[in-house]
Design a protein around this ligand. Sequence first.
Ligand SMILES: Nc1ncnc2c1ncn2[C@@H]1O[C@H](COP(=O)(O)OP(=O)(O)OP(=O)(O)O)[C@@H](O)[C@H]1O
Length: 336
Amino acid sequence: MIEIKNLKKSFGEVQVLKDINLTIDIGKIYGLVGRSGAGKSTLLRCINGLESYDEGTIIVDGIEVKSLNNQAAREFKKEIGMIFQQFSLLNRMTVYENIALPMKCWKYSKIQIDKKVKELVELVGIPDKLYSKPSELSGGQKQRVAIARALSMDPKILLCDEATSALDPQTAKAIISLINKINNELGITIVIVTHQMSVLRSSCENISILENGRIEESGFVEDIFLKQPQSLRNLIGDKDIILPQSGINLHILLSKEISDQPVITQMARELQTDFMILGGEMENYRNSVLGSVIINISHENLPVITKYLNENNVIWKFMNSSEIIRDNVQGGGYNV
Ligand SMILES: Nc1ncnc2c1ncn2[C@@H]1O[C@H](COP(=O)(O)OP(=O)(O)OP(=O)(O)O)[C@@H](O)[C@H]1O
């Protein structure tokens, strides 16, 4: 377990982490998201002892990171693997040598190293690239090498700092699948720092949203995407939908319990009413599917439609063209 309490960190006069509190359970995938400069990478670097902190505590598996002396800190870092956006491979070395490097530093035997490197290239899906140089690999393949190297010391924790940001969407998806597989098969606790909402949805169980060095929101990923707090809206930005100026625009959010049901057409049939469907999507999360639909209704239908949605536990919010997704100012539709 990683337990962070009242963590504060400044660079000179500038406080970049302001009273951070969060708990990451063993074996989970936890997402940290926020705008550039919010403090995500600094937080990650504090967790693995690469960066010191001024106040508060970080306890990893019962050990306070700050309390470690040099030798203990070295042993501790061995337990935590890390991967980065730019892969950080050594270009003059082969894939084999890159993966073997940490084991060589720890003076593992040649037989141990050989066995482990060959297991790892199988796990990450590049057994045919053992003797290639990084310059001969695609971005996705380079990240696979970096993942194999990060796993070479059998870490308990894997920290991923924007690991998919430099990759095209398909390759990023494949790397996320690999990270999920590592979590499932090896039980490693994973902390993912990302700007990509798709990464949060498809991997993480819990997430925290950082804004200007503070955690503005923490919780289950599905709950946060359904609730859409301001801090999330600040990240997602406005959806590019042209909304009618007449009538009322509603954003309807379908939780995992109802996302596989024909809620919208059922409502139209039961209420014998018409409305325009302006947009909709289903999104895959790690353990569920959530849906969302935007409809335009007439003023006179507002009471009956919102009553129906509330009675059926459907979350809804008002939308208008200037402020794309707005909280339900009348109350009742904000069920999360
Ligand atoms: N070594 C350093 N010395 C001084 N300031 C630093 C240092 N590292 C980070 N900072 C500052 O701390 C703040 C947080 O940086 P950090 O890299 O943690 O943000 P981030 O959320 O990871 O951003 P990004 O998404 O762009 O990587 C920034 O204002 C940055 O300029």
